[in-house]
Design a protein around this ligand. Structure first.
Ligand code: MG
Length: 337
């Protein structure tokens, strides 16, 4: 794309229908969008950027790049308990971008705007000599003061995780030709989880009034649990035997137990991490059943600081690149976050 007027006209033509459900978007024909805050609600905003060669491969399918861009942002809104309703997109397309590529990208955007009932209400498109760079802002709403914060955890809370852990990080390794011992279906499952995360929009809003703290896992479980523990002024303990793993992840771990470090430390999970008092466990289980999404207790919050990974007997587990092992010095914190 050389910035020729017809290419920008094509983008305008492709994107305008995505704004149709939101009158304040003005059909993407004006300088700005108009947004009414839903009565009695508080806006929740988040923004994530993705750069080709950093967050995805330039030759990934364009529709999946678009859908992942939406989904990583909706994951953040869900983690706050917010109901998403709108997005804005800033896109810097490389000069050489073809019309067919743009059509497939717009098709992916449209598919997930429909799937998650969000409207594209504005943004900007430029042409760049650099890599494809995408920034998306997502808007959601929540009851005033009710958003789930990282800082809300209480000592004695259980730590819950949605879905399964580590699939995307393993999928990235498989995408790069690693994990050759895995079956094709297992490899395909992991790569699909890397390419297309599943934001837990059916869970997040249901956690309002149930969970004390919430965030999504995007930078690796241990690091993200560490953020929550630090913001809450508490320590977190993760039980390695309780981690929810998919069959492909179990197979990868069985073949090479150093993959536990990938599972605990790899990113791109986009699962919900939240804490709730044990008295709410039944409510959480009912929410999981209603949404058809697994929610699993993986540990607990207590006094202190840092993140401790333990086995079922409470012995600290060291997680490192060379694998994991038990050790007896329980004062050590291998992953203090
Ligand atoms: Mg996040």
């Amino acid at each position: 794309m050389s910035g020729a007027p017809d290419e920008f006209a094509l983008i305008a033509e492709l994107f305008a229908p995505l704004s149709a459900s939101y009158p304040g978007a003005l059909g993407l024909t004006d300088d700005a969008a108009l947004m009414d805050v839903p009565p009695g609600r508080q806006l929740v905003l988040t923004m994530d950027s993705m750069v080709a060669g950093v967050h995805f491969f330039a030759d990934d399918p364009p529709d999946l790049i678009a859908r992942k861009l939406i989904r990583v942002n909706l994951s953040d809104l869900s983690a706050k308990g917010a109901q998403p309703f709108a997005i804005m997109l800033s896109a810097a397309f490389p000069h050489a971008t073809q019309a067919d590529w743009l059509r497939r990208f717009a098709h992916g955007l449209a598919e997930d705007c429909r799937a998650f009932t969000v409207a594209l209400i504005g943004g900007d498109t430029v042409s760049t000599p650099g890599p494809l760079t995408l920034t998306l802002t997502a808007f959601g709403h929540v009851g005033p003061g009710q958003a789930l914060l990282r800082s809300g955890a209480v000592a004695g809370d259980q730590i819950w995780l949605s879905g399964t852990l580590g699939d995307a990080a393993l999928g990235l390794i498989a995408r790069q030709g690693g994990l050759p011992h895995l079956s094709m279906p297992h490899r395909d499952h992991l790569i699909a989880r890397y390419l297309l995360p599943e934001p837990r929009v059916a869970i997040g809003p249901g956690l309002i009034g149930v969970a004390h703290a919430g965030m999504d896992v995007s930078d690796g479980l241990i690091q993200d649990v560490g953020h929550m523990a630090r913001q809450s002024g508490l320590a977190a303990e993760i039980r390695v035997d309780l981690l929810p793993l998919s069959a492909p992840a179990r197979a990868a771990l069985a073949a090479d137990n150093s993959r536990l470090a990938t599972i605990l430390g790899g990113g791109d999970d986009y699962e919900l991490l939240f804490t709730a008092p044990p008295s709410q466990a039944d409510v959480v289980h009912r929410l999981a059943a209603r949404a058809g999404i697994a929610l699993t207790v993986i540990g607990g919050m207590g006094a202190g600081q840092g993140v401790r990974v333990v086995d079922r007997d409470g012995n600290a587990v060291a997680v490192a690149h060379e694998g994991w092992r038990h050790f007896t010095d329980t004062g050590e914190e291998p992953w203090s976050g």
